[in-house]
Write a protein that binds this ligand. Sequence first.
Ligand code: AMP
Ligand code: MG
Length: 318
Amino acid sequence: MIRSGELVAFPTETVYGLGANALDVAAVKKTYAAKGRPVDNPLIVHVYDKAQIYDLASEVNDFAAKVIERLMPAPITIVLPKKDVVSGVVTAGLPSVAVRMPLSDEARRFLKAARVPVSAPSANISGRPSPTTWQRVADDMDGRIAAVLCGAPCQVGIESTVLDLSRDEPIILRPGAVSEQRLSQLLGVPVGILKDPSSKVNSPGVRYKHYAPSVPMVLELDDDYDKLCDFYDKKAAAGLNPVLWARDPARFGQRHAVDMGANDLEAAANLYETMRLLEKQYGFIIACFCWTKNSPYDGSASQGVLDRLMRACGHNVI
Ligand code: AMP
Ligand code: MG
């Protein structure tokens, strides 16, 4: 199907991807139509063999070579200057291409069988939470794509770390399960995270509200029990059918509460699936993610989880 220009969704360790033959411009164009994705949002090209990266990128600097040799396959995407073989339709007109070599066995077998590089954004309707099970792909994409490979739920659960290596200094464009610390250590230079222009707490940036549930959501970052309960009770009294989404939900007694996960890895793995469940069952989501040093959420996925929660609530922190 991929080689004949169809769209096929497939599992990876991060989220399900919506695959097309990256070298077939007509197939790639279908991706944008199926998702309702703005054409200025570039796609990631997926490969199963490191050698394919050198066919797509015109320049692989020392940083890139290190990431390719020492980290990949992993939940990381690197942005490199592109070769002409990569169409501007894939890169949204940019002179660079984003490449990723997934770690999951299912993804690798699929990509190997495809025999071509596969462009793939997340397999959701644009603006919806990314799918981490094939069922959620079907919810969004049934009737719009040729097939979905029904694999296992995604283990990482949030999209890959995007590391830009096309400039002089490496910079993270999107945090994921491969952390800033790990990359700084590997590359021997400090690797920063690009500041989202709307990352200012309490400023709901509509433009950057990418992963939004269909009901209102706020985020609390201190795990302040009284504040959470008080906020919940006010929303309940207003008839808004709220839910607390936090660690150790049993402590909230009679109030509706759902588990955020015992640590950052668990929180990441269940993030989008829970978001989609909550928006169906409740009218207002009060999420709590308290990430301090040595807290249960202090780990490799914490930056990524915080980033997705911030976007989901439109930076509305209480
Ligand atoms: P998605 O697969 O839906 O998570 O979206 C892919 C994301 O990868 C885009 O939204 C960009 O943030 C990033 N990306 C893809 N290609 C490039 C590129 N050439 N330069 C910078 N970022 C890119
Ligand atoms: Mg996406």
